[in-house]
Write a protein that binds this ligand. Structure first.
Ligand code: DGL
Length: 267
């Protein structure tokens, strides 16, 4: 049985998931969080589905061993290729994925059922969003584009530079030509490009981030299962499989709270 005062585990291949954590901290500020950045294996977006399953299984087993009460896969690529597999491992401890929530919010947002998705190449190749959206509404038309360069640009702290705008414009031209009215930011790194993307797509296209929907579902789960924290202690633990100083410096840019300490883990 999960302990209500235990933490929520959140993980990503790098700093992108810190955006999801920002949203969770806003929606559920009184919870404790343990964030794992698998920076040693970044990027996930160009790896094989099998590699991603291996990496994410290790992280999930680690979080379960630490007694997580819930796990948020703050990575669309993992959500695309490994979610059912990870859920088998986690048993009673729920795992929340980005693609599943992103598909729901896209369908709530669109009026013309023409939806674009920008993601990593692997998420696009797996048609994760297309499959998920069409399983909810088979009349929807989904147009996907993958770009690892956009992910790397964010990971390297260059989201605000002019080259980000030029690259986004180039990558999104194909989906924009399909008359979409909704664009899903199908990679956790991309909300950090929100302003750039908004400038490219214009006022006619709504840009959606799955994170808020994940937060809503998590809140509902905690309430329904009497698992909302009732202690004053708010743990914020940050672990990386990569270089701690590098993660610490990036967290200053990406996270809404200050990080005191980052520890290294080998998984
Ligand atoms: N942030 C991850 C995602 O949402 C993957 C980025 C990467 O490691 O390529 O897909």
């Amino acid at each position: 049985m999960a302990d209500k005062n235990s933490f929520i585990g959140v993980f990503d291949s790098g700093v992108g998931g810190l955006g999801v954590l920002n949203t969770l901290l806003k929606i559920l500020p009184d919870e404790s969080y343990l964030y794992v950045a698998d920076s040693a294996h970044f990027p996930y977006g160009t790896k094989s589905a099998e590699q991603i399953r291996n990496y994410s299984e290790k992280i999930v087993r680690f979080l379960l061993k630490k007694n997580a009460k819930a796990i948020v896969v703050a990575c669309n690529t993992v959500s695309s290729v490994a979610l059912p597999y990870l859920r088998e491992i986690s048993g009673d401890i729920p795992i929340f994925g980005m693609v599943q929530s992103g598909a729901k919010i896209a369908l709530k947002t669109t009026n013309n059922l023409r939806i674009g998705v920008v993601s990593t190449p692997l998420t696009a190749k797996m048609h994760a969003y297309k499959n998920e959206i069409m399983s909810l509404n088979e009349s929807a038309e989904v147009f996907e584009v993958g770009s690892q360069e956009l992910v790397n640009l964010v990971e390297d702290g260059n989201a605000h530079k002019k080259k980000a705008y030029l690259l986004a414009k180039n990558k999104l031209s194909g989906v924009l030509s399909k008359k979409i009215d909704t664009l899903v930011l199908g990679c956790t790194h991309f909300p950090f490009l929100y302003k750039v993307v908004k400038k490219v797509v214009g006022s006619e296209v709504k840009v959606v981030d799955p994170a808020a929907e994940v937060g809503k579902e998590l809140t509902q789960f905690l309430m329904e299962n009497n698992l909302t924290s009732d202690t004053k202690e708010r743990g914020r633990i940050f672990l990386t499989t990569g270089d701690t100083k590098n993660f610490f410096d990036k967290a200053k840019l990406f996270l809404s709270i200050s990080v005191k300490d980052v520890e290294h883990i080998d998984l």
